[in-house]
Ligand binder design. Structure first.
Ligand code: PLP
Length: 343
Protein backbone atom coordinates (compact mmCIF):
# COMPACT_ATOMS: atom_id res chain seq x y z
CA UNK A 1 0.00 0.00 0.00
CA UNK A 2 2.86 2.35 0.90
CA UNK A 3 4.46 2.04 -2.52
CA UNK A 4 1.24 2.85 -4.38
CA UNK A 5 0.76 5.94 -2.22
CA UNK A 6 4.26 7.17 -3.00
CA UNK A 7 3.84 6.40 -6.70
CA UNK A 8 0.68 8.53 -6.74
CA UNK A 9 2.39 11.34 -4.87
CA UNK A 10 4.68 11.94 -7.84
CA UNK A 11 1.76 13.47 -9.71
CA UNK A 12 0.48 16.96 -8.95
CA UNK A 13 -3.08 16.83 -7.62
CA UNK A 14 -5.44 19.61 -6.73
CA UNK A 15 -7.75 18.77 -3.86
CA UNK A 16 -11.42 18.84 -4.95
CA UNK A 17 -12.74 16.16 -2.58
CA UNK A 18 -12.29 16.99 1.07
CA UNK A 19 -12.33 13.50 2.51
CA UNK A 20 -12.82 9.80 1.81
CA UNK A 21 -16.35 9.16 0.52
CA UNK A 22 -18.40 6.93 2.85
CA UNK A 23 -19.00 3.22 2.36
CA UNK A 24 -22.50 2.36 3.43
CA UNK A 25 -24.20 -1.02 3.86
CA UNK A 26 -27.51 -1.30 1.97
CA UNK A 27 -29.39 -3.27 4.62
CA UNK A 28 -32.91 -2.72 3.30
CA UNK A 29 -31.93 -3.82 -0.20
CA UNK A 30 -30.19 -6.90 1.20
CA UNK A 31 -33.53 -7.92 2.64
CA UNK A 32 -35.61 -7.09 -0.39
CA UNK A 33 -33.25 -8.84 -2.79
CA UNK A 34 -33.09 -11.91 -0.56
CA UNK A 35 -29.36 -11.50 0.08
CA UNK A 36 -29.66 -11.58 3.83
CA UNK A 37 -30.70 -15.24 3.94
CA UNK A 38 -28.01 -16.12 1.40
CA UNK A 39 -25.29 -14.49 3.55
CA UNK A 40 -24.30 -11.93 0.92
CA UNK A 41 -23.62 -8.36 1.99
CA UNK A 42 -24.16 -5.35 -0.26
CA UNK A 43 -22.41 -2.00 0.17
CA UNK A 44 -22.31 1.32 -1.69
CA UNK A 45 -19.22 3.48 -2.16
CA UNK A 46 -20.77 6.93 -2.07
CA UNK A 47 -18.88 8.72 -4.82
CA UNK A 48 -22.11 10.62 -5.41
CA UNK A 49 -21.53 12.28 -2.05
CA UNK A 50 -18.94 15.03 -2.38
CA UNK A 51 -18.99 18.66 -1.38
CA UNK A 52 -18.17 20.28 -4.73
CA UNK A 53 -20.56 20.92 -7.61
CA UNK A 54 -23.07 18.21 -6.75
CA UNK A 55 -20.39 15.52 -6.65
CA UNK A 56 -19.68 12.48 -8.80
CA UNK A 57 -16.90 10.28 -10.13
CA UNK A 58 -15.45 12.90 -12.48
CA UNK A 59 -14.10 14.93 -9.55
CA UNK A 60 -11.60 12.15 -8.82
CA UNK A 61 -10.22 12.36 -12.34
CA UNK A 62 -10.26 16.15 -12.29
CA UNK A 63 -8.07 16.22 -9.17
CA UNK A 64 -5.21 14.89 -11.31
CA UNK A 65 -6.17 16.52 -14.63
CA UNK A 66 -6.53 20.00 -13.16
CA UNK A 67 -3.61 19.39 -10.79
CA UNK A 68 -1.40 18.89 -13.87
CA UNK A 69 -2.99 21.85 -15.65
CA UNK A 70 -2.26 24.21 -12.75
CA UNK A 71 1.25 22.83 -12.50
CA UNK A 72 1.74 23.60 -16.21
CA UNK A 73 0.45 27.16 -15.84
CA UNK A 74 -2.76 26.58 -17.78
CA UNK A 75 -5.08 29.62 -17.84
CA UNK A 76 -8.09 28.25 -19.64
CA UNK A 77 -9.85 24.87 -19.63
CA UNK A 78 -12.07 23.40 -22.35
CA UNK A 79 -13.85 20.08 -22.18
CA UNK A 80 -16.47 18.16 -24.13
CA UNK A 81 -19.51 15.99 -23.50
CA UNK A 82 -23.14 15.38 -24.31
CA UNK A 83 -25.74 18.00 -23.40
CA UNK A 84 -26.35 16.30 -20.04
CA UNK A 85 -22.71 15.53 -19.31
CA UNK A 86 -21.87 15.18 -15.62
CA UNK A 87 -18.21 15.50 -16.53
CA UNK A 88 -18.83 18.90 -18.15
CA UNK A 89 -20.79 20.10 -15.11
CA UNK A 90 -18.12 19.00 -12.66
CA UNK A 91 -15.33 20.50 -14.78
CA UNK A 92 -17.26 23.79 -14.71
CA UNK A 93 -17.67 23.58 -10.92
CA UNK A 94 -14.04 22.62 -10.30
CA UNK A 95 -12.78 25.42 -12.55
CA UNK A 96 -15.08 27.88 -10.74
CA UNK A 97 -13.55 26.83 -7.42
CA UNK A 98 -10.03 27.29 -8.82
CA UNK A 99 -10.72 30.59 -10.59
CA UNK A 100 -10.00 29.09 -14.03
CA UNK A 101 -12.13 30.16 -17.01
CA UNK A 102 -13.95 27.12 -18.43
CA UNK A 103 -15.61 26.47 -21.77
CA UNK A 104 -17.73 23.45 -22.62
CA UNK A 105 -18.41 22.06 -26.07
CA UNK A 106 -21.55 19.96 -25.80
CA UNK A 107 -22.99 17.72 -28.49
CA UNK A 108 -26.42 16.25 -29.08
CA UNK A 109 -25.07 12.74 -28.61
CA UNK A 110 -28.36 11.29 -27.36
CA UNK A 111 -31.47 10.88 -29.49
CA UNK A 112 -33.54 12.76 -26.98
CA UNK A 113 -35.09 16.19 -26.94
CA UNK A 114 -37.53 18.26 -24.96
CA UNK A 115 -37.40 21.33 -22.78
CA UNK A 116 -35.94 19.58 -19.71
CA UNK A 117 -33.33 17.60 -21.59
CA UNK A 118 -32.08 20.68 -23.41
CA UNK A 119 -32.25 23.24 -20.63
CA UNK A 120 -32.51 21.65 -17.18
CA UNK A 121 -30.31 19.24 -15.22
CA UNK A 122 -26.62 19.52 -15.95
CA UNK A 123 -26.87 22.21 -18.68
CA UNK A 124 -28.60 24.55 -16.27
CA UNK A 125 -25.83 24.02 -13.73
CA UNK A 126 -23.04 24.49 -16.31
CA UNK A 127 -24.14 28.07 -16.80
CA UNK A 128 -24.68 28.63 -13.11
CA UNK A 129 -21.06 27.63 -12.53
CA UNK A 130 -20.07 30.31 -15.01
CA UNK A 131 -18.88 28.09 -17.86
CA UNK A 132 -19.24 29.32 -21.41
CA UNK A 133 -21.30 26.71 -23.26
CA UNK A 134 -21.00 26.01 -26.99
CA UNK A 135 -23.21 23.51 -28.76
CA UNK A 136 -21.20 21.53 -31.27
CA UNK A 137 -22.83 21.61 -34.72
CA UNK A 138 -24.31 18.27 -35.81
CA UNK A 139 -21.85 16.14 -37.73
CA UNK A 140 -18.75 17.76 -36.19
CA UNK A 141 -17.17 16.01 -33.24
CA UNK A 142 -17.19 17.98 -30.02
CA UNK A 143 -13.50 17.28 -29.53
CA UNK A 144 -12.76 18.71 -32.96
CA UNK A 145 -14.76 21.87 -32.15
CA UNK A 146 -12.99 22.10 -28.78
CA UNK A 147 -9.59 21.92 -30.42
CA UNK A 148 -10.55 24.62 -32.89
CA UNK A 149 -11.67 26.85 -30.05
CA UNK A 150 -8.44 26.10 -28.17
CA UNK A 151 -6.40 27.14 -31.22
CA UNK A 152 -8.29 30.46 -31.29
CA UNK A 153 -7.57 31.12 -27.62
CA UNK A 154 -3.94 30.12 -28.01
CA UNK A 155 -3.58 32.55 -30.88
CA UNK A 156 -4.79 35.25 -28.52
CA UNK A 157 -1.96 34.29 -26.15
CA UNK A 158 -3.70 32.01 -23.62
CA UNK A 159 -2.38 28.70 -22.34
CA UNK A 160 -5.24 26.25 -22.88
CA UNK A 161 -5.92 22.67 -21.79
CA UNK A 162 -8.47 20.52 -23.63
CA UNK A 163 -9.74 17.65 -21.49
CA UNK A 164 -11.17 14.77 -23.56
CA UNK A 165 -14.47 12.93 -22.99
CA UNK A 166 -15.12 11.88 -19.42
CA UNK A 167 -11.61 12.89 -18.38
CA UNK A 168 -10.59 9.33 -19.19
CA UNK A 169 -6.91 9.75 -19.97
CA UNK A 170 -4.35 7.66 -18.10
CA UNK A 171 -3.67 10.68 -15.91
CA UNK A 172 -7.38 11.14 -15.12
CA UNK A 173 -7.65 7.44 -14.25
CA UNK A 174 -5.18 7.95 -11.42
CA UNK A 175 -8.18 9.33 -9.53
CA UNK A 176 -9.62 5.83 -9.48
CA UNK A 177 -6.27 4.23 -8.67
CA UNK A 178 -6.37 6.47 -5.63
CA UNK A 179 -9.98 5.39 -5.00
CA UNK A 180 -8.86 1.73 -4.95
CA UNK A 181 -6.32 2.71 -2.33
CA UNK A 182 -9.01 4.55 -0.35
CA UNK A 183 -11.32 1.51 -0.50
CA UNK A 184 -8.50 -0.73 0.75
CA UNK A 185 -8.00 1.57 3.73
CA UNK A 186 -11.72 1.56 4.47
CA UNK A 187 -11.74 -2.25 4.32
CA UNK A 188 -9.26 -2.27 7.18
CA UNK A 189 -11.48 -0.02 9.24
CA UNK A 190 -14.55 -2.15 8.41
CA UNK A 191 -12.58 -5.37 9.09
CA UNK A 192 -13.68 -7.01 5.85
CA UNK A 193 -12.55 -7.43 2.25
CA UNK A 194 -14.73 -6.77 -0.75
CA UNK A 195 -14.99 -9.77 -3.03
CA UNK A 196 -16.26 -7.82 -6.06
CA UNK A 197 -16.55 -4.13 -6.95
CA UNK A 198 -19.10 -2.91 -9.52
CA UNK A 199 -19.32 0.26 -11.59
CA UNK A 200 -20.90 1.73 -14.71
CA UNK A 201 -18.64 1.89 -17.77
CA UNK A 202 -18.99 4.99 -19.98
CA UNK A 203 -15.61 6.31 -21.09
CA UNK A 204 -14.02 3.37 -19.16
CA UNK A 205 -11.79 5.42 -16.85
CA UNK A 206 -13.46 4.37 -13.63
CA UNK A 207 -13.13 0.66 -14.37
CA UNK A 208 -9.58 1.03 -15.78
CA UNK A 209 -8.37 3.08 -12.81
CA UNK A 210 -9.90 0.78 -10.21
CA UNK A 211 -8.55 -2.32 -11.95
CA UNK A 212 -5.04 -0.87 -12.21
CA UNK A 213 -5.26 0.21 -8.57
CA UNK A 214 -6.42 -3.14 -7.23
CA UNK A 215 -3.81 -4.90 -9.38
CA UNK A 216 -1.09 -2.69 -7.84
CA UNK A 217 -2.42 -3.56 -4.38
CA UNK A 218 -2.08 -7.27 -5.14
CA UNK A 219 -5.83 -7.83 -5.26
CA UNK A 220 -6.06 -8.43 -9.00
CA UNK A 221 -7.68 -6.34 -11.73
CA UNK A 222 -10.55 -8.84 -11.93
CA UNK A 223 -11.93 -7.63 -8.60
CA UNK A 224 -13.83 -5.05 -10.67
CA UNK A 225 -16.78 -5.71 -12.95
CA UNK A 226 -18.50 -3.04 -15.03
CA UNK A 227 -21.71 -2.61 -16.98
CA UNK A 228 -21.40 -0.84 -20.34
CA UNK A 229 -23.68 2.17 -20.80
CA UNK A 230 -22.07 3.82 -23.84
CA UNK A 231 -20.28 1.39 -26.19
CA UNK A 232 -21.11 -2.27 -26.78
CA UNK A 233 -19.45 -4.71 -24.39
CA UNK A 234 -16.55 -5.80 -26.60
CA UNK A 235 -15.60 -2.23 -27.55
CA UNK A 236 -15.82 -1.11 -23.93
CA UNK A 237 -13.83 -4.13 -22.79
CA UNK A 238 -11.01 -3.45 -25.25
CA UNK A 239 -10.98 0.24 -24.37
CA UNK A 240 -10.88 -0.53 -20.64
CA UNK A 241 -8.02 -3.01 -21.08
CA UNK A 242 -5.97 -0.54 -23.17
CA UNK A 243 -6.57 2.26 -20.74
CA UNK A 244 -5.64 0.07 -17.76
CA UNK A 245 -2.30 -0.69 -19.47
CA UNK A 246 -1.67 3.02 -20.01
CA UNK A 247 -2.36 3.62 -16.34
CA UNK A 248 0.06 0.86 -15.31
CA UNK A 249 2.73 2.33 -17.59
CA UNK A 250 2.17 5.82 -16.20
CA UNK A 251 2.70 4.41 -12.71
CA UNK A 252 5.98 2.80 -13.83
CA UNK A 253 4.53 -0.70 -13.56
CA UNK A 254 4.55 -3.50 -16.15
CA UNK A 255 1.40 -3.40 -18.31
CA UNK A 256 0.38 -6.91 -17.33
CA UNK A 257 -3.39 -6.84 -16.85
CA UNK A 258 -4.82 -9.63 -18.98
CA UNK A 259 -7.89 -9.47 -21.19
CA UNK A 260 -9.77 -12.03 -19.09
CA UNK A 261 -9.28 -9.86 -15.99
CA UNK A 262 -11.47 -7.12 -17.42
CA UNK A 263 -15.14 -8.11 -17.33
CA UNK A 264 -17.58 -5.72 -19.00
CA UNK A 265 -21.23 -6.70 -19.23
CA UNK A 266 -23.18 -5.16 -22.10
CA UNK A 267 -26.61 -6.59 -21.36
CA UNK A 268 -28.07 -3.50 -19.68
CA UNK A 269 -27.22 -0.82 -22.22
CA UNK A 270 -30.61 -1.13 -23.90
CA UNK A 271 -31.05 0.78 -27.17
CA UNK A 272 -28.08 3.01 -26.51
CA UNK A 273 -26.33 5.66 -24.47
CA UNK A 274 -28.71 7.83 -22.49
CA UNK A 275 -31.82 5.93 -23.60
CA UNK A 276 -33.90 4.69 -20.66
CA UNK A 277 -34.64 1.01 -20.10
CA UNK A 278 -37.37 -0.52 -17.90
CA UNK A 279 -34.67 -2.25 -15.80
CA UNK A 280 -32.93 1.09 -15.17
CA UNK A 281 -36.21 2.71 -14.04
CA UNK A 282 -36.88 -0.23 -11.75
CA UNK A 283 -33.38 -0.05 -10.22
CA UNK A 284 -33.66 3.69 -9.72
CA UNK A 285 -36.99 3.32 -7.90
CA UNK A 286 -35.81 0.42 -5.76
CA UNK A 287 -32.81 2.38 -4.51
CA UNK A 288 -34.90 5.52 -3.94
CA UNK A 289 -37.85 3.88 -2.19
CA UNK A 290 -35.97 1.48 0.04
CA UNK A 291 -32.70 3.26 0.76
CA UNK A 292 -33.58 6.89 0.09
CA UNK A 293 -30.62 7.14 -2.28
CA UNK A 294 -30.42 8.48 -5.83
CA UNK A 295 -29.04 6.65 -8.83
CA UNK A 296 -28.90 8.41 -12.21
CA UNK A 297 -30.72 7.45 -15.41
CA UNK A 298 -27.69 7.26 -17.73
CA UNK A 299 -24.96 5.45 -15.78
CA UNK A 300 -25.47 4.14 -12.27
CA UNK A 301 -29.15 3.23 -12.87
CA UNK A 302 -28.22 0.88 -15.71
CA UNK A 303 -25.25 -0.52 -13.81
CA UNK A 304 -27.34 -1.20 -10.73
CA UNK A 305 -29.98 -2.85 -12.93
CA UNK A 306 -27.23 -5.20 -14.09
CA UNK A 307 -26.12 -5.91 -10.55
CA UNK A 308 -29.69 -6.67 -9.45
CA UNK A 309 -29.98 -9.22 -12.26
CA UNK A 310 -26.60 -10.75 -11.37
CA UNK A 311 -27.72 -11.05 -7.76
CA UNK A 312 -30.63 -13.16 -8.89
CA UNK A 313 -28.21 -15.73 -10.30
CA UNK A 314 -26.03 -17.98 -8.15
CA UNK A 315 -22.82 -16.20 -9.14
CA UNK A 316 -22.32 -14.74 -5.71
CA UNK A 317 -22.23 -16.88 -2.60
CA UNK A 318 -22.32 -16.85 1.19
CA UNK A 319 -19.59 -14.65 2.63
CA UNK A 320 -19.38 -12.36 -0.43
CA UNK A 321 -19.05 -8.64 0.30
CA UNK A 322 -20.14 -6.72 -2.78
CA UNK A 323 -19.38 -3.04 -3.32
CA UNK A 324 -21.36 -0.94 -5.80
CA UNK A 325 -19.72 2.37 -6.72
CA UNK A 326 -22.38 5.09 -6.76
CA UNK A 327 -20.86 7.44 -9.31
CA UNK A 328 -23.25 10.41 -9.04
CA UNK A 329 -25.22 12.07 -11.83
CA UNK A 330 -28.24 13.21 -9.81
CA UNK A 331 -28.88 16.35 -11.93
CA UNK A 332 -29.60 14.02 -14.86
CA UNK A 333 -32.80 12.92 -13.10
CA UNK A 334 -34.37 16.29 -13.85
CA UNK A 335 -33.53 15.98 -17.53
CA UNK A 336 -35.39 12.64 -17.63
CA UNK A 337 -38.62 13.81 -16.00
CA UNK A 338 -40.69 12.43 -18.89
CA UNK A 339 -39.22 8.91 -18.63
CA UNK A 340 -39.59 8.87 -14.85
CA UNK A 341 -43.18 10.08 -14.90
CA UNK A 342 -44.40 7.86 -17.74
CA UNK A 343 -43.22 4.68 -16.12
C1 PLP B 1 -19.07 9.43 -16.36
C2 PLP B 1 -19.93 8.71 -15.41
C3 PLP B 1 -19.78 7.32 -15.21
C4 PLP B 1 -18.84 6.47 -16.02
O1 PLP B 1 -17.50 6.65 -15.71
P1 PLP B 1 -16.41 6.38 -16.84
O2 PLP B 1 -15.13 6.58 -16.14
O3 PLP B 1 -16.66 7.39 -17.92
O4 PLP B 1 -16.59 5.00 -17.36
C5 PLP B 1 -20.59 6.71 -14.28
N1 PLP B 1 -21.51 7.41 -13.59
C6 PLP B 1 -21.69 8.73 -13.77
C7 PLP B 1 -22.75 9.40 -12.97
C8 PLP B 1 -20.90 9.43 -14.67
O5 PLP B 1 -21.11 10.74 -14.85
Amino acid sequence: MRTLISQLEQFPRTCLIEQATPIQRLVALEQILGLEVRGIRLFAKRDDFMALGGGGNKLRKLEFLLGAALHDGIEHVITVGGLQSNHARLTAAACASLGLPCELVLSRAVAKEGEEYEHSGNVLLDELFGARVHISPDGISALHSAERRAAQLEKAGHKVKVIPTGGSTALGCLGYVRAAQEIAEQEQALALQFTRVFTANGSSGTHAGLSAGFAALGRGASLVKSYAVLADASTAQRQTLDLSHHVQTLLGLPADIEAHDIEVDGNYLGKGYGLPTPEMLNALRLMARHQGLLLDPVYSGKAFAGLIADLQSDRYVRGDNLLFVMTGGTPGLFAYRDALQDA
